[in-house]
Design a protein around this ligand. Structure first.
Ligand SMILES: Cc1ncc(COP(=O)(O)O)c(C=O)c1O
Length: 343
């Protein structure tokens, strides 16, 4: 039985056409700034986000850490949701790399409230850490793929600007938010000093993320990328996959969202299963009442469905739709989950 892999949108494989684009890409040494494909990707992404410049980096984690490193000094504080990716899934990089600490808020499905953000900003006083950056995530992974309403992003950006903080937008899945809401990427990014996007998630590229901002910040980001060992040479072979993904795999994210809604409907209909949030993009969280998510995921694997325990509570399983699972496969996965739950 072929397993249906709903663990993450990072499991997608480059398609034959994407591989073809990678093999044809003109290349050079990007540390000399001479890779035409990387340069093209950076220009296109700067324009996509309405920023002056952009930098191709190895991963979403590198984009986040380079951004936070650029915007802070040791001892500074980053205001973010308690489920934020850099707080939970980046190996403790904030304190380890930059000597900074998070000040976490309890967002609504990961989405911060501008009034709470403002209240969390520390007054100027030698006792306190310096509040320096507000970090938001759109879509929000731990929030179940939630999408920020544009007005809320703008209100948070206004607080940050008025209080002299920078806003960093972790846009690992920003194109999912764009497709789900119809809001252009540059509008979401407008009030952010730096913004990132991952190509290796729903967009289907094998590697790579982009960080965009003003020229000075991107020059600083380039230095930190080098410091982290992330300056790559003929990286155009990877940038070509990202360019292909931007051209071909954005609009189709709507299919992943539709499949996720279908899956959530099927799961919510099962006895003992709650879908705690409405599905807005490609992430589906399902709570299996009274069961251990770890055990259930092991049983689902035997039944040919791969998923992950979500981790924020013991009974929650995360399913992710993506371009390598069809509508029929998602329906089949729902059938296999139903059988497993009934057994
Ligand atoms: C919101 C968010 N930011 C950053 C990352 C990190 O991306 P990467 O796995 O490429 O380091 C992820 C990965 O899932 C993510 O969900």
């Amino acid at each position: 039985m072929k397993p249906i892999d709903l663990r993450s949108d990072t499991v997608t494989l480059p398609s034959p056409a994407m591989r073809e684009a990678m093999s044809r890409a003109p290349l050079g040494d990007d540390v000399y700034g001479e890779d035409p494909t990387v340069n093209q990707l950076q220009e296109i992404c700067a324009d996509l986000f309405g920023k002056e410049a952009a930098l191709f980096v190895a991963s979403g984690t590198m984009a986040n850490q380079v951004a936070l490193g650029v915007l802070t000094r040791p001892g500074d504080e980053v205001i973010c949701d308690q489920g934020a990716h850099p707080v939970n899934f980046e190996g403790g990089a904030m304190p380890a790399l930059w000597g900074i600490q998070p000040r976490t808020l309890r967002g609504d499905r990961g989405l911060l409230d501008p009034v709470e953000v403002e209240a969390a900003i520390r007054p100027e006083n030698e006792h306190f850490p310096r509040s320096r950056v507000v970090e938001i995530e759109n879509t929000h992974n731990r929030g179940g793929g939630s999408v920020y309403p544009l007005a809320r992003v703008q209100a948070i950006a206004e607080v940050a600007r008025r209080r002299g903080l920078d806003l960093y937008l972790d846009g690992a899945r920003l194109m999912n938010a764009v497709v789900a809401s119809g809001v252009p990427a540059r509008d979401f990014a407008e009030g952010a000093t730096l913004v990132s996007l991952c190509f290796s998630k729903g967009l289907g590229a094998p590697v790579g993320s982009i960080l965009a901002g003003d020229r000075d910040r991107i020059r600083d980001a380039r230095r930190l990328r080098k410091r982290l060992g992330g300056a790559m040479r003929q990286a155009g072979v990877l940038a070509a996959a990202a360019l292909y993904a931007l051209e071909n795999n954005v609009a189709r994210l709507a299919e992943d969202h539709e499949n996720a809604r279908m899956l959530s409907g099927a799961l919510a209909a099962l006895p003992g299963v709650d879908v705690p949030h409405p599905v807005e993009t490609n992430l589906v969280f399902a709570a299996f009442r009274g069961r251990s998510a770890v055990d259930l995921v092991a049983r689902l694997r035997e039944a040919g469905v791969l998923a992950n325990p979500e981790g924020s509570r013991p009974d929650l399983v995360r399913f992710v739709t993506h371009l390598d699972v069809s509508r029929d496969e998602v329906l089949e996965a729902a059938r296999r989950v139903a059988e497993t739950v009934a057994a």
